[in-house]
Write a protein that binds this ligand. Structure first.
Ligand SMILES: Nc1nc2c(ncn2[C@@H]2O[C@H](COP(=O)(O)OP(=O)(O)OP(=O)(O)O)[C@@H](O)[C@H]2O)c(=O)[nH]1
Ligand SMILES: [Mg+2]
Length: 199
């Protein structure tokens, strides 16, 4: 008699797969949840809560005036790239006051994709500082909102004080292909700097 297949058989990672934890980071309202929704091949997990009046004095929402919810802990999704590279994507809050939570989520991550909004460039400093303090390799992706200024990449690099090897790309967080391209820029950077062996 044939034995019944294991219920979880389809969820077991193949021996060929490389599993990698990646952070999707960036300031409030930059599009982290949107990008993980666009990218994830599984039903993404979000911990969204309605924003309250109490946050208005500390959280700068210029450029995202219609925003009514925020991610209070994490977003989580999964994306497989060619070569059986399975990325586990963790969206993290960018405010320094969430540092302990941030450190927990960042544990074991190989790299970070930092989303930025050119209408609020200074809001990116906190998160980039935290990532650099942790020594995590990262790539920067400009989430191109319709009314955001389109600065030349050289200007953005200087303003954000990016190292020459740090990838800087432009994307639309709502678009899957564009978001995958941003992830590939990060993964290529990780491979080039030996943080990831994808061979
Ligand atoms: N026009 C435009 N809107 C976008 C884009 N990306 C995100 N949005 C919208 O911007 C708002 C904020 O996006 P979220 O994905 O919630 O941002 P977040 O970074 O997860 O925000 P927090 O979790 O609060 O930090 C949402 O209403 C999105 O639909 C974009 O590329 N273009
Ligand atoms: Mg969010």
């Amino acid at each position: 008699m044939d034995s019944a297949p294991s219920v979880n058989a389809t969820y077991l990672a193949s021996a060929e797969q490389t599993l990698v934890k990646i952070l999707v980071a960036g300031p409030l309202g930059v599009g982290k949840t949107t990008m993980i929704d666009a990218l994830s091949e599984t039903v993404p997990l979000h911990t969204e809560e309605t924003m309250t009046q109490a946050s208005t004095s500390v959280d700068d929402l210029a450029g995202a005036r219609n925003k009514t919810t925020t991610t209070v802990a994490i977003d989580f999704g999964r994306r497989t790239l060619p070569g059986d590279l399975v990325l586990y994507l963790f969206g993290t809050p960018g405010q320094r006051r969430f540092r302990p939570l941030w450190e927990d989520i960042a544990h074991g991550a190989l790299g970070a994709l930092v989303l930025i909004d050119t209408r609020r460039l200074d809001a990116s400093f906190e998160v980039i500082d935290m990532i650099e303090e942790r020594g995590l390799p990262y790539a920067v992706a400009v989430n191109a909102f319709d009314d955001a200024p389109a600065h030349a990449h050289a200007v953005l690099r200087e303003h954000l004080d990016l190292a020459p090897e740090t990838p800087l790309v432009t994307c639309d967080a709502r678009d899957r292909v564009s978001s995958i391209d941003a992830l590939i820029a990060l993964v290529s950077h990780l491979v080039a700097h030996s943080a990831l062996d994808a061979s």
